[in-house]
Design a protein around this ligand. Structure first.
Ligand code: UDP
Length: 346
């Protein structure tokens, strides 16, 4: 019998790509999503890619009773990958209680339900945001770098959730966890059947960029060219979403196979390379042949100047590697944007 994995937030950007990779690796997937920032149509896209329809339950993970019913209905569940969370940095500053409530109560509910339902493996969707701006001697940043004070309530919920999970796994509870700290996920499935679907005006660079390239937005603002970086624009580690999705499969296999060495393990998931905003724009123009309308604008409040990951631990211990190039990632994002236009969505 196939092993069954519960994926919360499975209709979202990273959750949908991870569901595809889990199914292609031979797992059965149950998606739980409240559809607050995604659409149930994504399940059709997943089915079109894999030939297998994941189970879908429209449930909010803050609803303990509804979540419990899912655990019972789909028993036995072998593992959980927890993506469901509110994630808009700006909104989190304006509505901190929404973020603290959603993002911590969901995690607590899942953890509470694990022992009584015999679920032992938990993977958490964390972020390099927990490192803040690493000190120059700590770049590329390793998992051992100190976590810094969060820049936003959203970022703080990632730190708090990491602590909640760690304390629970160290309490003697029969649960092991892997915390995956993502750098900047970009791109879309090569089929262009699933991808990133921001609500309203995008905050993130790639959807803003592809929407500008296709004419939905007039001009991309580059937030600052006076940073202490070679070309003055900020540096990030952009990781292809399919590579990132595969990291979850590797982590799940590690936990289910009992190969983890500690109750809680932490892995950076990135490419190990930093790319500036201007470099990224020029790479996009080169690999798609599309000229982008952009201008230099002022700095965005709260932006980190430069961060990229040391991913030796994930490479050596999990045997996972990011294999796709920035060109491939950007081309896939562009193909997805064009597909949305063809389908009359944007
Ligand atoms: N960025 C930009 N223009 C935009 C959106 C983002 O120049 O319209 C820059 C931003 O300053 C940062 C990088 O792109 O240096 C990545 O930003 P994003 O919001 O995608 O991710 P994060 O800031 O969380 O790393």
């Amino acid at each position: 019998m196939k092993k069954r994995i519960l994926v919360t937030g499975g209709t979202g950007f990273i959750g949908s790509h991870t569901t595809v990779e889990l199914q292609e690796a031979g797992y059965d997937v149950v998606i739980v999503d409240n559809l607050s920032n995604s659409s149930a149509d994504v399940v059709d896209g997943i089915e079109a890619i894999t030939g297998q329809r994941p189970a879908f339950e429209k449930v909010d993970c803050t609803d303990y009773a509804a979540l419990e019913a899912v655990f019972k209905k789909y028993a036995p569940i072998e593992g959980i990958i927890h993506f469901a969370a509110s994630k808009a940095v700006g909104e989190s500053v304006l509505q901190p209680l929404k973020y603290y409530y959603n993002n911590t109560v969901s995690t607590i509910n899942l953890l509470r339900l694990m022992p009584e339902n015999g679920v032992k493996a938990f993977i958490f969707s964390s972020s390099c945001t927990v490192y803040g701006q690493p000190d120059p001697e700590n770049l590329p940043v390793t998992e051992e770098a100190p976590r810094k004070k969060a820049e936003s309530p959203y970022g703080n919920t990632k730190k708090i959730d990491e602590d909640i999970i760690t304390d629970f796994c160290h309490s003697g509870a029969p649960v092991s966890a892997i915390l995956l700290r993502y750098f900047n996920p970009i791109g879309a499935h090569p089929s262009a059947l699933i991808g990133e679907m921001p609500n309203g005006v995008p905050n993130n660079l790639i959807p803003y960029l592809t929407q500008t390239a296709i004419g939905i937005r007039e001009c991309l603002s580059v937030f600052g060219n006076d940073y202490n970086t070679p070309d003055g624009s900020c540096i990030r580690d952009y990781i292809y979403v399919v590579d990132l999705a595969k990291a979850h499969v590797a982590a799940m296999e590690r936990l289910i196979g009992g190969k983890n060495q500690e109750a809680v393990e932490v892995f950076n998931i990135g490419t190990g390379h930093g790319v500036s905003v201007l470099e990224l724009i020029h790479t996009f123009e080169k690999c798609t042949g599309v000229k982008l309308n952009y201008k230099i604008a002022g700095r965005r409040a709260g932006d980190i100047e430069k961060v990229w990951g040391n991913v030796d631990k994930a490479n050596n211990i999990m045997g996972w590697h990011a294999v796709h190039t920035l060109e491939e990632s950007l081309s896939s994002a562009w193909n997805w944007q064009k597909k949305l236009r063809e389908r009359g969505i944007m």
